[in-house]
Write a protein that binds this ligand. Structure first.
Ligand SMILES: [Zn+2]
Length: 771
């Protein structure tokens, strides 16, 4: 270009840009290093300042603070699209809301107009898992490219797609991990992660919250993004271990949860395969599809029940931002593929070598751009497919009942409110019958909750209200069962001890209904004995490396206003625990982890060492002098051993080919003569998974409070070898000295959801030693 032409072109650009716009700052200019540079991580303060700078300088970008994180940091979303789309954002959101609910579309002509006008709505979420640091850094690189590049494919994306980008689903963790990492670079602890939970309450479990909506970050995303924009595509960017493939994209492996529309499954197979094809065309090695991850639990996949696809990518990790060397012989194995071999799902293996943060950021950014190219080029397909999925839901699937009915006058008010909260926050239309009605030989009064199953998000209601029958998948015909990737049950009425009745047909006229009820709130009332001045003094043990179950326990305590202290290792070691406490709760943690903690030298000294022998003896004295210990799952080991209780773990050492429960809901029978069983009654349901156990009791003085059901105790989900636990003790109370020990074999607070067994946990904390 000649000097004069260049000047003319620059003037033309200047004339067409708003006066306030400046040049978009590069990441190097803003952060002082390239995104992905070795041993450099931007923290949340620096990242959000960059997103503000992009919004100031690029007419393609706006940034909104949707609310505050658990620890009070801004939770932000970028909206990235062409300036023309930005100018009519409200109108485009209205188009999308009609495609999301075919009942609002007047006919084929209006549909045609909507399909013509609409844009593909893509939500990309980053860094839900804080030690998967590439995802949080790649957010800035992706936003910069979209904000500044004039490549034809970027312009095509901006014209056809509205990108909603949440650069961190857990800002607290983004800040903590970056600051910890940068503080320790160049020390013996470079590359370590902070030992505490990187989400204040739930740690890594924050991506298992997509139907229970317990945490504020989930609520903001669902209520202010999903339910407002109804994205056709959700892309969640993760990292995995460092010795297998370099990046995973869908198709997922089987099984797919049966209420996910087949057109969602097919569309996500197409999209994931396209992403893989683009990455491999760019020469990227180690791209795998159809391996490792399944699509069973709705806990990870809100959008699969809301008309859209959920694309997960998982990129191989380094040591945070520190490069790693992977020798070729270490690249191997993998679930449903072999990282050392070429195959149809993994055509170009990675051969080992150096792997660094810049590789992670490059794979993640390229994967996201490939997804956006597909969303842009196939705009019409994505919109029409989305509409047809919602249309089928509004007609009702033949597999579904006509409606679900939930009696309003249930004894368990907390469980009922929780179920209604989940359904309504998940955008399910829940009505109340305005007159009494009769169906299935049963009379229901006016006020009964009714969920007609001809509505856009009926699949969400169906998945959460029905019993899960996990398919019998075998390694080969007649061979051993394939072990599920994740938990297999999510039946809310069982987890929350609530009655919900499927109505197969209305047998005539359905009852008249109210307008849908608004999003419900949820409360749980603590037992009387835990309130007021005479309540026992409770401590929750918190080691340096806190198990997620302890975090979930803190969450229900804080939610419900329980007074408790956080008991750290040093305080246990100091002894004289009876002076301050009546009850100490140990969540699931092995005896070794409690005793020894992190090994010396693995982390700064203040985090290593556990409670040690001094702490163990302090716990012994505490109980002998009248204290009470409540121990859950793995933590029962320490106290069985310490007090020489006549109790064994009945499933210890059983090979996984004989006994395996990845996460299922079991029948539980209780001894109602025991005070602990008083508020639950003779039977309920309990959560059982990898860390759970059944007991064998050889000391008749130990009281068995509850047993797993006889026969096959599974009420929902998958269990291999049920005879290993059928009828076996599940909850025990033992007297020791002047005190007592309560042993939970199952998890009484499964991810903040198992309301059915919360009373057992709270009563165990409330109960005075039986003497
Ligand atoms: Zn992850």
């Amino acid at each position: 270009m000649t000097q004069r032409l260049l000047l003319t072109a620059l003037l033309a650009v200047a004339a067409s840009t708003p006066a306030a716009a400046q040049r978009v700052p590069t990441p190097l200019e803003h952060f002082g290093f390239e995104i992905g540079a070795d041993r450099k991580l931007a923290n949340w303060t620096q990242l959000t300042a960059y997103y503000e700078a992009l919004a100031r300088t690029s007419p393609r970008v706006t940034v909104d603070t949707l609310g505050l994180s658990t620890k009070g940091l801004p939770f932000v979303m970028l909206t990235i699209t062409s300036p023309e789309n930005h100018a009519r954002l409200d109108e485009l959101r209205e188009v999308q809301s009609k495609l999301a609910d075919p009942r609002k579309v007047s006919g084929p002509e209006e549909l045609e107009r909507l399909l013509d006008q609409g844009r593909t709505i893509v939500l990309i979420t980053h860094h839900i898992h804080s030690t998967e640091v590439g995802s949080g850094q790649a957010a800035a690189r992706l936003a910069y490219e979209l904000a500044s590049s004039n490549e034809p494919r970027i312009l095509e994306i901006l014209d056809n797609v509205i990108l909603l980008q949440i650069p961190s689903l857990n800002p607290d963790g983004t800040q903590w991990v970056s600051d910890w990492y940068m503080h320790h670079v160049g020390t013996p602890f470079e590359g370590t992660a902070p030992p505490w939970l990187y989400h204040f309450y739930v740690g890594h479990d924050n991506n298992r919250d997509w139907y229970a909506f317990t945490q504020v970050e989930t609520q903001l995303t669902v209520e202010k993004v999903h339910n407002v924009w109804h994205p056709q595509i959700v892309h969640d960017i993760h990292q995995m271990g460092g010795n297998g493939a370099r990046i995973f994209a869908p198709p997922f492996i089987d099984p797919v949860e049966p209420n996910v529309d087949p057109a969602i499954v097919a569309a996500l197979n197409q999209l994931g395969s396209y992403m893989a094809a683009e990455l491999i065309a760019q020469g990227k090695q180690g791209v795998v599809i159809n391996a490792i991850y399944d699509a069973w639990t709705p806990a990870r996949a809100y959008q699969h029940y809301h008309g859209g696809v959920r694309i997960l990518t998982e990129t191989a990790s380094a040591r945070l931002a520190t490069p790693v060397e992977v020798p070729p012989e270490r690249v191997r194995g993998g679930r449903e593929y072999d990282a050392s071999q070429a195959s149809w799902k993994h055509p170009l293996p990675w051969k080992g070598g150096t792997w660094r943060l810049s590789d992670i950021v490059e794979y993640q950014t390229s994967g996201a751009l490939a997804l956006l190219v597909n969303a842009a080029k196939n705009r019409r397909f994505w919109l029409e497919n989305f509409y047809r999925i919602n249309e089928r839901a509004v007609r009702g699937w033949p597999e579904w009942p006509a409606a679900w009915v939930i009696p309003a006058d249930q004894a368990n008010e907390s469980g009922l409110a929780y179920v209604l909260r989940i359904l309504t926050m998940g955008a399910v239309e829940v009505h109340r019958a305005t007159e009494a009605f009769r169906v299935g030989g049963r009379q229901f009064p006016a006020g009964t909750y009714v969920i007609p199953m001809q509505q856009p998000y009926a699949s969400f209601a169906q998945a959460l209200l029905e019993v899960q029958e996990y398919p019998d998948l075998r390694e080969y015909p007649g061979g051993p069962p394939k072990r599920p990737y994740d938990v297999t049950a999510h039946t809310l009425p069982l987890l929350m001890n609530v009655e919900a009745v499927p109505v197969e047909s209305w047998e005539g006229v359905p009852p008249p209904l109210s307008e849908p009820i608004p999003v419900q709130s949820f409360r749980f009332t603590l037992p009387e004995a835990l309130r007021g001045a005479r309540a026992p003094r409770i401590a929750l043990y918190k080691s340096a490396g806190e198990p997620m179950e302890a975090g979930w326990t803190r969450w229900i305590f804080d939610q419900h206003g329980l007074r408790y202290d956080t008991l750290k290792e040093a305080r246990v070691r100091a002894g004289n625990l009876n002076r301050d406490y009546d009850v100490i709760l140990f969540q699931s943690q092995s005896a070794n982890a409690i005793r020894r903690g992190y090994p010396e030298g693995s982390l700064p000294r203040e985090y290593t060492g556990g409670i040690g022998e001094a702490g163990v003896q302090a716990l012994r004295s505490f109980v002998e002098a009248g204290g009470r210990i409540v121990a859950v799952e793995e933590a029962t080991e320490l106290f069985i051993e310490l007090f020489g209780l006549g109790v064994k773990n009945a499933v210890e050492g059983l090979p996984r080919q004989e006994f395996y429960v990845p996460g299922s809901i079991l029948r539980l029978d209780l001894d109602t003569s025991h005070p602990l069983a008083r508020s639950v009654g003779a039977s309920t349901h309990a959560w059982f998974w990898g860390s759970s156990r059944a007991f064998e009791v050889t000391d008749p003085a130990i009281r068995v409070v509850a047993r797993y059901g006889e026969g096959n105790p599974a009420a929902s989900g998958w269990i291999l070898g049920p005879e290993a636990i059928a009828g076996k003790p599940a909850l025990l109370e033992a007297r020791v000295g002047r005190g007592s020990v309560v042993l939970f074999g199952f998890q009484p607070n499964y991810r903040g959801q198992s309301v059915a067994t919360w009373p057992l946990l709270f009563d165990a904390l409330a109960g005075a030693p039986t003497s």
